[in-house]
Design a protein around this ligand. Structure first.
Ligand SMILES: CC(C)(COP(=O)(O)OP(=O)(O)OC[C@H]1O[C@@H](n2cnc3c(N)ncnc32)[C@H](O)[C@@H]1OP(=O)(O)O)[C@@H](O)C(=O)NCCC(=O)NCCS
Length: 154
């Protein structure tokens, strides 16, 4: 694998190519993907969203997106994806570690997320990062698809 670049993306770096790549991954891995306008308007409020991407040259190997509740020092992991050919190589661990360190240095102390009960890869990733299960939300993703709500305090 070539050298991957991990970086936080600001609005002025959100060009059409990047937006397209994010939307493809969003559509593939999330039950309610955002529209193009949704992406643009969300990321326009940079005090509310933090986006971190993993670049492999011109390609996007993965990304993570957090919704920020600065007044509560709380950040919500909304989406994280690593493309199939980059998986099981520590990319998500590094992506999350960089994001958590960056957000912590900006004053965020608590992080939470929802993960589908059957998503053992993601659950294992979050456990490795010391997220703890705080409750189960029944049918969160549809019939018989429960979400586990996990939290991390740093
Ligand atoms: C979950 C996901 C982001 C993990 O990305 P990744 O780069 O492969 O993860 P890493 O290589 O950094 O793995 C970190 C840890 O996560 C766990 N993990 C990752 N993939 C796993 C798998 N297929 N099975 C079991 N555990 C897994 C392991 O604990 C792993 O540590 P280890 O390698 O020391 O065993 C990736 O599989 C993905 O994008 N899935 C589809 C999107 C998704 O489900 N996102 C989460 C929504 S809540």
């Amino acid at each position: 694998m070539s050298e991957l670049e991990f970086k936080k993306i600001s609005l002025n770096e959100l060009d059409d190519n990047l937006l397209f790549a994010l939307r493809i991954q969003d559509q593939e891995y999330f039950p309610t993907p955002w529209s193009e306008d949704g992406w643009r308007s969300s990321l326009a409020s940079s005090d509310r969203y933090a986006l971190y991407v993993v670049k492999d040259g011109m390609a996007i190997a993965g990304f993570s997106l957090f919704y920020l509740l600065g007044e509560d020092h709380l950040a919500h992991l909304q989406k994280i994806v690593v493309g199939p050919k980059y998986r099981r190589d520590g990319v998500a661990m590094k992506l999350m570690s960089i994001a958590l360190d960056d957000l912590k240095s900006s004053g965020f102390a608590k992080f939470y997320l929802e993960v589908e009960h059957g998503n053992s890869a993601a659950k294992s990733l979050y456990q490795k990062l010391a997220f703890k299960l705080i409750r189960v939300s029944k049918n969160f993703y549809g019939a018989e698809k429960d979400a586990e709500i996990m939290m991390l305090s740093l």
